[in-house]
Design a protein around this ligand. Structure first.
Ligand SMILES: NC(=O)c1ccc[n+]([C@@H]2O[C@H](COP(=O)([O-])OP(=O)(O)OC[C@H]3O[C@@H](n4cnc5c(N)ncnc54)[C@H](OP(=O)(O)O)[C@@H]3O)[C@@H](O)[C@H]2O)c1
Length: 250
């Protein structure tokens, strides 16, 4: 493992478990320090311990769509670790399924509030604290944002918006901040359980690479895009999907 993140600090949202925790683990393994967020303090405390304790990780609890929580996270990060160089907008929710027109508007507002407006709010705070410095943002979308998705309509639309937002933010914030997005297919986490549990063999048949994703698959791609290895890449969508879309599926 190289030290690509030595001396660097990252905020990773939604990182008490799943993809976010794997991203935080990868960044720490490559020499970085991380500030992780989620709603539940006890799960965050356990994640900080798993990451190696307070010398490399700290947690700030709150709701991802709460602007005060977003601001507090960067204030605490500056107090404890001095600054933030990388932002990983990982938090995403999908509390309801079904076609767009059957989705309750309050639920749709919540999904768009967390998944889309949240990305704007977190990135605004990140840019603010960077001052004249430079940094990298990696957003987590979904293959459901690449084309119409079956049964997760508003979620898919929210992830399309994250992909569009990535290009917009990249254009508006160059050259100081690179902004890229990853579009994963099914990754084995609590969030994705309903998409494969009890029928994994059947779901895997749609994946040319013969398995579902692991959180570490996404973490490796995030680390690349956040690192100097991607210094000439911005506004791009990296599809990490085991070949699912190649085979025509979403
Ligand atoms: N897993 C997949 O197959 C898959 C595929 C494509 C894209 N994605 C995207 O990948 C990202 C991570 O998903 P995951 O599968 O790792 O999910 P996960 O295992 O359920 O983890 C979600 C994390 O976000 C936190 N969180 C959830 N809602 C929150 C909120 N409203 N405010 C603050 N924190 C919140 C959770 O902690 P608390 O519950 O304590 O808040 C947890 O730390 C999401 O953006 C998702 O859309 C996932």
């Amino acid at each position: 493992m190289t030290g690509r993140f030595a001396g660097r600090v990252a905020v990773v949202t939604g990182a008490s478990r799943g993809i976010g925790l794997a991203v935080a683990q990868r960044l720490v393994a490559e020499g970085g320090r991380v500030v992780i967020t989620a709603r539940k303090q006890d799960a965050l405390d356990a994640a900080v311990a798993q990451l190696g304790g307070s010398s490399v990780a700290m947690a700030v609890a709150g709701r991802a769509d709460d602007e005060a929580h977003q601001a507090e996270t960067f204030e605490r990060a500056a107090e404890v670790f001095g600054r933030v160089d990388v932002l990983v907008n990982n938090t995403g929710i999908n509390p309801v399924s079904g076609p767009v027109l059957d989705t309750d508007l309050e639920a749709a507002r919540k999904i768009l509030g967390v998944n889309v407006l949240g990305v704007i709010g977190w990135t605004r705070q990140f840019r603010r604290q960077l001052g004249g410095g430079s940094g990298a943002v990696v957003n987590i979308a979904s293959v459901a944002g690449l084309r119409p998705a079956t049964d997760i309509g508003v979620y898919g639309v929210s992830k399309s918006a994250v992909i569009g937002l990535t290009a917009q933010l990249a254009a508006e914030n160059s050259p100081a901040v690179r902004v890229n997005v990853i579009a994963p297919a099914v990754v084995k986490t609590k969030f994705a359980g309903p998409l494969y549990e009890g029928r994994e063999d059947e779901v895997v048949e749609n994946y040319p690479l013969g398995r579902l994703g692991a959180p570490e698959d996404i973490a490796a791609a995030v680390a690349f895009l956040a690192s100097e290895d991607a210094a000439w890449i911005t506004g791009q969508t990296l599809v990490v999907d085991g070949g699912l879309t190649l085979a025509g599926g979403v």
